[in-house]
Design a protein around this ligand. Structure first.
Ligand code: NDP
Length: 337
């Protein structure tokens, strides 16, 4: 069983060499009197929060990885054997698994059975998985949007951002996104239907860039990056604007997070800034699937993925999130079936 191991706690930018491969033997059957499920992993999700688990911390909402152990994450898999009556051999499932070819999951309540298979299976790591629910709950529940409002999304071409932009457009908002390359900016406007988009890496002055696209200010900021972008956004928010803090990827590889200078705008502009975690919104998942699956099938929502082939490519794919190498949702295909 080929596995991806975290070698040690990581400091600074995560590198491929912080991970290594190991081969081990695994018995592909359910241990006696256990409700474990034996999985063949098909697709693994690369997510920015995984970097936060690579440092030793007790302050996070999720525990650190254990150095010397297989990396854990979300994925799509096929059931080979099941000691749990909710799953049968041959079922396709999504949920918590490990970065290896085969996994024995001893807490099968973290898995759910995939019923709708008319969509690409890899979508269950993205639009039909946590990033999708994050975009849905973050936009509809946390942002309190109103038709006609102005919305800014950072890391807008990624797994979450591309959906936030599309939801906001369907809702009747004016939507601008930022991303880190021309190709991504073109996709924001051409593929996802953002009204405007800009490459933040080419802007000397982020405040001026935001003023260009939002001469009257921003009602809603969907925050994915933090740091300098947040500071510039604070200066451009409207009175009673809302900031949904989904993530701050620009800070995940820093040993000390950067200071934000313009927080006083929260008072002067009476801004509501609210952090959220998708885990608090699991109850909305069935409602979300009911909405999104027909929209995917009707072509009303599009989803761009960046699929790296083979478990061997997983460390490289994960590291690439932090330099923006991924175009769309980063997935690793371990096996097609
Ligand atoms: P993405 O697919 O968007 O990948 C990450 C992207 O972030 C990169 O492609 C890159 O795009 C951008 N990026 C990387 N480093 C920086 C930097 N220093 N400054 C600005 N942009 C950077 O990831 P996701 O859509 O999966 O995640 C987006 C955000 O949402 C993350 O912050 C993540 O932690 C958060 N999240 C939060 C959840 C929650 O429950 N609160 C759940 C899921 C995700 P570019 O080329 O544009 O720079």
């Amino acid at each position: 069983n080929r596995q991806v191991i975290l070698k040690h706690y990581v400091t600074g930018y995560v590198k491929e060499s912080d991970m290594e491969f190991k081969n081990s033997t695994i018995k592909l059957n359910v241990p006696e009197s256990s409700n474990a499920v034996v999985l063949k992993n098909l697709y693994l999700s690369c997510d920015p929060y995984m970097r936060c688990r690579m440092r030793k911390t007790e302050e996070s909402y999720i525990e650190s990885f254990t150095p010397g152990s297989t990396i854990t994450g979300y994925g799509v898999a096929k059931v080979l054997e099941s000691g749990d009556s909710n799953f049968q051999k041959g079922d396709l499932v999504a949920g918590r698994t490990r970065w290896e070819e085969y996994s024995i999951v001893t807490d099968p309540q973290t898995l759910f059975k995939i019923h709708d298979k008319d969509v690409p299976l890899s979508y269950y790591t993205g639009i039909l998985g946590l990033p999708g629910l994050t975009a849905y709950a973050g936009f509809y529940e946390v942002c309190s949007p109103k038709k006609g409002e102005t919305v800014f999304v950072s890391a807008a071409s990624g797994a979450v951002g591309q959906l936030v932009g599309q939801f906001a457009k369907m809702f009747g908002c004016y939507v601008v996104g930022s991303a880190g390359s021309k190709e991504k900016v073109d996709r924001l406007k051409g593929t996802f239907g953002f009204d405007e988009a800009f490459n933040y890496k080419e802007e000397q002055d982020l405040d001026a860039a935001l003023k260009r696209y939002f001469p009257d200010g921003i009602d809603i900021y969907f925050e994915n990056v933090g740091g300098k972008m947040l500071d510039a956004v604070l200066l451009n928010m409207k009175v009673h604007g809302r900031i949904a803090v989904c993530g701050m990827i620009s800070q995940y590889n820093l040993e000390q997070t950067e200071g934000v200078h313009n927080l006083i705008c929260l008072i002067t502009k009476r801004i509501r800034m609210e952090g959220f975690l998708v885990f608090d919104y699991y109850h909305l998942y069935p409602k979300y699937l009911e909405m999104i699956i027909p929209q995917i099938k009707a072509g009303e929502v599009v989803y761009v993925e960046d699929v790296a082939e083979g478990l061997e490519s997983a460390p490289n794919a994960l590291v690439g999130l932090f330099s923006g190498r991924n175009i769309g949702k980063q997935v690793v295909m371990v096996s097609r079936e």
